[in-house]
Design a protein around this ligand. Structure first.
Ligand code: TXD
Length: 308
């Protein structure tokens, strides 16, 4: 049976995510955007690339949602991206409107889908999607932790000159300035980096990870990162469609885990065909718990600003 993924937003993250899905032959794709012609043009262009790249997936672009009917997954990327000097929270009001409208539309045409939210501010937009869609909490998941930990893995690799495939990194918390990179749970071939690097070097990697998005925004000036973000979203698509039961750091709706209630916060989860199959609770030191609580508090504050 052919599988279908709707990607909402044909901008940098959305278009690159769509390209990765068809190139990996994970599913057919419907690319939706408000701008007339852009999703249609990008969709047709990507479809034609299949003749050369050798994939047989279908991809179409649209300004409406009829063609999205029967989707297995929706990757929600529509919204404004950060400009230099803007925080992710500055995006809240405008992007809440966009997420509400798009999620209402897509769930009207597909009732049994899993939503992967990418739009910032990530944790708050997950909650908007959960409320508007009426889907169970395991079916509305946010992409941020895979990206944040990919950045940390890249910085550890640069520091140690070791292959990224040997490196594992764990980042908890909201996708914002208060994210919590966890050096004790970040390893090179199974050995924690706290045993391999000086505290100063570990601290520098932690800082650069927390600032990883802004570093790219400052280079690009007119938008934010999209190669690593789209790769991270597609790792989730793959884990769901192929029921891989991969442990991945994602924004999940917590009800008591880590002592957090009724909030989306980044934690390690098992991702499979039902979306979030299970939340994994790591043992944290008092300092790590305090940092996670601070991060959850900043997510809670954003939730109070939501209007839906
Ligand atoms: O880690 C993460 N979660 C993130 C999040 C990593 C990278 C980017 N992150 C956020 O994703 C970013 O802050 C933005 O909120 C979104 C999308 O970022 P992208 O870089 O793709 O932004 P673009 O290139 O501006 O694309 C946004 C598209 C653009 O084509 C708009 O026309 C479209 O969204 N858009 C809409 N499409 C459909 N429907 C509506 N209402 C709509 N409004 C805008």
């Amino acid at each position: 049976m052919r599988r279908k993924v709707t990607v909402i937003g044909a901008g940098n993250v959305g278009a690159t995510a769509a390209q990765r899905i068809v190139e990996k032959e994970l599913a057919d794709v419907v690319l939706v955007d408000v701008v007339d012609g852009v999703p249609q043009g990008k969709g047709l262009d990507m479809f034609q690339s299949g003749a050369v790249e050798g994939f047989d997936m279908r991809i179409v672009g649209s300004n409406g949602y009829e063609e999205t009917a029967g989707s297995d997954i929706c990757v929600m990327t529509a919204g404004l991206a950060r400009k230099p000097g803007m925080s992710r929270d500055d995006l809240l009001k405008k992007n809440e409107e966009i997420v509400r409208e798009c999620i209402a539309q897509v769930t009207r045409h597909s009732r049994d889908l899993t939503i992967i939210v990418v739009t910032n501010p990530l944790d708050a937009m997950c909650e908007v999607a959960r409320r508007v869609s009426g889907l169970p909490k395991n079916k509305v998941i946010g992409m941020a932790g895979i990206l944040d930990s990919a950045r940390m893995r890249a910085f550890i690799s640069m520091e140690m000159n070791i292959a990224m495939s040997n490196i594992h990194a764990t980042v908890l918390g909201g996708h914002g300035d208060t994210m919590v990179p966890l050096p004790r749970y970040s390893t090179v071939a199974g050995v924690p980096i706290t045993e391999l690097l000086t505290p100063e070097r570990v601290e520098a990697i932690v800082k650069r990870t927390a600032n990883g998005g802004a570093e790219i925004v400052n280079f690009l000036k007119t938008g934010s990162a999209y190669y690593a973000p789209s790769a991270a979203a597609i790792e989730m698509v793959d884990a769901i469609l192929c029921d891989k039961r991969k442990i991945l750091p994602c924004a999940a709706y917590l009800e008591g885990e880590y002592g957090i209630n009724g909030l989306y916060v980044g934690v390690p989860v098992v991702i499979g065909k039902n979306g979030v199959e299970r939340v994994i609770e790591l043992n944290l030191t008092p300092e790590e718990s305090a940092a996670l609580k601070k991060s959850a508090d900043s997510v809670a504050e954003l939730f109070t600003k939501l209007t839906c």
